[in-house]
Design a binder for this molecule. Sequence first.
Ligand code: APR
Length: 317
Amino acid sequence: MADKPRNGKVTVVGAGFYGSTTALRLAEYDIFETVVLTDIVEGKPEGLALDMNQSRPIEGFETRVVGVGGGSYEGTENSDVVVITAGVPRKPGMSRMDLIETNASIVREVAEKVAAASLDAVLIVVSNPLDEMTALAQLASGFPKHRVMGQAGMLDTARFTNFVAEEAGVPVSSVRTLTLGSHGDTMVPVPSRCTVDGKPLTEVLAADRIDHLVDRTRNGGAEVVALLKTGSAYFAPSAAAARMARAVMEDSGEVMPVCAWVDGEYGISGVYLGVEAEIGREGVRKVVEGDLSESELAALRDAAEAVRAKQADIADL
Ligand code: APR
C-alpha cells in the first residue's frame, strides 16, 4: 500500500553478502522511508540499490534503497539506525578471532564516520569477531553504551532452534531456545531455558543429542563457512540484524538475545556480552536477567572473563 506511513532512515555499511541481504530485508519490511547501503567500493552499492528498487513493483514495497559507494557517507546523515557489516569474512579453518586486526581498522574508521554523520543513531554491529568489534564501535563512536549493540545471540539462538526442530521433527515455531555469552568458543547455549511445545528440552531429547546440538550450534558459523569455501553465512545473520533494527525503529520493547553492555547483571560488570535485552528506540532499554542453572551461570561468567580479556586490548587495535 503506497499510503501507509513509512518513517526513518536506516543505513547499512558494507554492501557485501551480509549487508546487501540486510538492506533488502529492511526494505521489504516496508516500514522505513529510506534504506541507505554504503560501501568503500564505488558502484557496488549503487548497482545493488538500483536492482533492489526494481524489485519493488513485484514484491510490493515502497521503501527506497539508496546506494552510496566510494567510502562516502553523504546521504547517511541523521540515520536512526546504522548496521555495520563492513569487514572481511572468514575462510575455512579460520576462527572469528583471526579477523581481528583487519576488521578492527575497518570498524574503527566506519564507526567514527558514522557517528560524525548520525549523532543520535543506534549502532548495530555484526562484523567479526563480534563482541570485540561491538566494544570497538562504542569506543570509536563515543556513543553511550546503550546505543551500541551487536548481533549474535539472535542468530545463534535461531541456529539452535532450527537444529532442535529438525532433531525433534517439529515446526521451528514449536521450539524456544536461548544462547548467551560470546559469539565464539565461549558461547553459552542454555538448555534449561529451551522448550518444545512448552515441554523442557530435556524431556524431549536425550542428553547426548542435546550435547550434540549444543556443539553444532557453537560451531554453526564454521559449518557454513566450511561448506561455502569462500565467505560466511548471511541469510540467517541478516534476518537477525534486520529484526533488531526493526525493533529499534518501532520502539517495540521486544526482548532479544543481543551483545549488550552488561553492568551488574548476573554479577558481571563492564563488558559487552551476549545477554537478553529489551530493545527500543534508544537501543538497549535494559538487560533482562533470566533464571539460569548454576552451571550455566558459571559458564556465562567464564565467557564474560574471556571476552573481557580480549576487549581490554581493543583500544590498541
Ligand atoms: N567501509 C565500507 N565498506 C567496507 C569497508 C569500509 N571501510 N571495508 C570493507 N568494506 C566492504 C567490502 O567492500 C565488502 O563489500 O564490506 C563488504 C564485506 O562484504 P563480504 O566480503 O561479502 O562479507 P560479508 O559476508 O558481508 O561479511 C561481513 O560480517 O559476518 C560478518 O565475519 C563477517 O566480518 C564479516 C562481516
